[in-house]
Design a protein around this ligand. Structure first.
Ligand code: BGC
Length: 252
């Protein structure tokens, strides 16, 4: 069965068709920049353009960069504040005309890694960290998702949340070298480690493509690996999340 997976980020909205039995992407990825306003209606339009691009009819699984509970956006993350309280499932279903299932983007990426990637069969506490506009986290215990962990929201020094200092957007904004930014990211991982005592950390999201540029600055006790599916994990996990929702959060 092929399902369209869409990964919504603060910078880009990406989609691809996914074989949900094998967890493989079966089309090219299509990406459209996120509208600078990051407002609901404008973003919904772009989501519609992605669906149109694939001429797709059927259920759509979607990863979204905020806390998502029962389809409702519970935090604005790096998006416009008017997202808070919006039923994302309903909005996209209405604008696009296909049924949507929306989950947190890092939960979706982690879900893909735990089922089809480097996290497969991993017991204990596994934390997926996605690096992009924000820092996302997907937490799994013995393969079961604990949804909506928000480790990027830890306050740090003068910052309201550490992602303002250590996400890819900070690297870009402050034009940091991989060394400078990598050390910041490492500081974040150290906090993650002290707070959660994980057994494995998986690093995904857009910036994980540049793993070779920064992994040498990672120096924590926990084993840290890059998500082999890298940036596609969000799309794959989003597509499969349509099924997961029917299994109450259990990895199937
Ligand atoms: C949001 C998270 C999201 C992460 C990555 C953060 O700003 O609070 O919900 O997972 O960005 O997109």
């Amino acid at each position: 069965m092929e399902i369209l997976g869409i990964d919504i980020g603060g910078t880009g909205i990406k989609g691809a068709l996914v074989n949900v039995e094998t967890g493989e992407m079966v089309s090219e990825r299509h990406r459209i920049p996120t509208p600078p306003s990051r407002k609901p209606d404008e973003m919904a339009e772009v989501v519609g353009q992605i669906v149109e691009h694939f001429n797709y009819k059927g259920p759509v699984g979607c990863g979204f960069p905020s806390i998502v509970k029962d389809g409702v956006c519970k935090s604005s993350g790096n998006l416009h504040k008017s997202w808070v309280g919006v039923n994302i499932d309903e909005l996209f279903t209405k604008v696009v005309g296909q049924p949507f299932t929306v989950v947190n983007d890092a939960d979706a990426a982690g879900y893909a890694s735990m089922n089809y990637g480097v996290g497969k069969g991993q017991q204990g506490l596994v934390i997926m960290i996605t690096i992009g506009t924000g820092l996302g986290s997907g937490v799994f215990h013995n393969g079961v998702l604990l949804p909506n962990f928000e480790l990027g929201q830890i306050p740090y020094k003068k910052y309201r949340k550490i992602e303002e200092w250590a996400a890819a957007s900070a690297k870009e904004r402050e034009k940091l070298s991989f060394e400078k930014w990598g050390k910041r990211f490492n500081k974040f991982l150290k906090l993650v480690e002290v707070i959660t005592a994980p057994d494995l950390i998986i690093v995904g999201g857009g910036t994980s493509k540049k793993w070779h540029e920064f992994h040498e600055y990672i120096d924590v006790d926990t084993k840290v690996v890059k998500a082999e599916l890298m940036n596609s994990a969000g799309i794959i996990g989003a597509a499969v999340s349509c099924l997961r929702e029917q299994h109450h959060g259990h990895v199937v």
